[in-house]
Design a protein around this ligand. Structure first.
Ligand code: SF4
Length: 323
């Protein structure tokens, strides 16, 4: 069995809400409220949920771009949350990120060569000549050409820019890539090309991915296992095919019935997702989904269901599966 590369344990991020000239804390936005999961080496783990469910905040905490309020992030056996700045800087080489917006994430003042070379410079990898050679190789790997090296980001299309962002992420041979909504800013016609590229790269280099997206059909294509988040908590985790064929949580079922998956074997109760996501400053008591759940029971309004295994490798947080 593959080794575990990342373990996230009871991770929380509460953003304070401040008021008045003394900036008194009057409440908290519980963006992530006790999320746990693990990722094996070579695995693609998809994290999905509606906008504001905490999936991107989770990704950014793993990168330590955002400080967790509490919880542990263990990467390759080391606790990232307990690391000092120097150790963290070293470990950052092994975790790279592909960002959502390829227009904002590439510095317009730099050539493509400089952008892709940057992480190698930061981590002092290779001589100048070796770095230039690697940039040219990476451009070919992501489906661009070595002659693109001297051009600037504005000379490329959105899809090409995302390929540049992917080449930059690959430059330092990371052990884990966090792809945060990597195709949602792209035209639909380009999305499949970028997903196919990521899939090819994953096989070719045995990469490990945390793939964050709101679009379940995208995650389904890409991921070995999927975690579904709702209002800062994980509500279901399962192998991708199992989750899509046999969703247990009513929220997952509702998400799935809202995306067309071209496979006649996939049948969902067509429960439309009613209403809006509740305010994370004051989430509903009990099961946070009870205000939108078509099968909510009395207990759901009072007691929060824990995430537990209901079939081998299939976890869900729902009172429907308590005995
Ligand atoms: Fe619906 Fe209750 Fe399950 Fe929550 S715990 S998803 S409200 S049935």
């Amino acid at each position: 069995m593959a080794e575990t590369i990342l373990t996230v344990e009871d991770l929380k991020k509460y953003f304070p809400i401040e008021s008045g000239i003394f900036k008194r804390t009057v409440g908290h936005v519980k963006a992530v409220d006790g999320v746990s999961f693990e990722i094996k080496k070579g695995e693609a783990f998809g994290l999905v949920g509606e906008s504001g469910c905490g999936k991107s905040t989770t990704g950014r905490m793993i990168m330590r771009l955002i400080e967790p309020t509490s919880g542990r992030i263990v990467f390759c056996g080391k606790d990232l949350t307990a690391m000092d700045k120097k150790a963290l800087r070293k470990t950052r080489k092994d975790i790279q990120m592909i960002f959502q917006d390829p227009f904002a994430s590439l510095d317009p003042r730099y050539t493509v060569e400089r952008i892709i070379e940057e992480p190698m410079i930061v981590h002092r990898l290779g001589s100048k000549a070796e770095r230039k050679k690697r940039v040219r190789e990476l451009l070919e790997v992501v489906g661009l050409s070595s002659y693109h090296a001297k051009r600037y980001p504005h000379q490329f299309s959105g899809g090409q820019r995302q390929r540049i962002g992917i080449a930059r992420a690959l430059a330092v041979n990371p052990k884990l890539i966090i792809a945060d909504e990597p195709v949602s800013a792209l035209d639909v016609s380009i999305q499949a090309q970028v997903i196919n590229l990521l899939q090819d790269l994953q096989k070719q280099f045995d990469l490990t991915f945390l793939f964050i997206a709101h679009d379940l059909s995208v995650v389904h294509h890409f991921s070995d296992r999927v975690g579904v988040m709702y209002l800062g908590r994980m509500v279901e985790v399962a192998e991708s095919s199992e989750l899509y064929r046999n969703p247990k949580h009513p929220y997952t079922n509702a998400l799935l019935s809202s995306v067309p998956i071209p496979d006649p074997d996939y049948q969902y109760d067509s429960e439309e997702l009613a209403g809006d996501v509740p305010n994370p400053i004051d989430p509903p008591k009990g099961c946070a989904f009870h205000t939108r759940c078509p099968v909510a029971m009395d207990i759901c309004r009072k007691t929060r269901p824990e995430l537990k295994e209901v079939a081998p490798g299939h976890l869900t947080a729902c009172h429907l599966y308590n005995n």
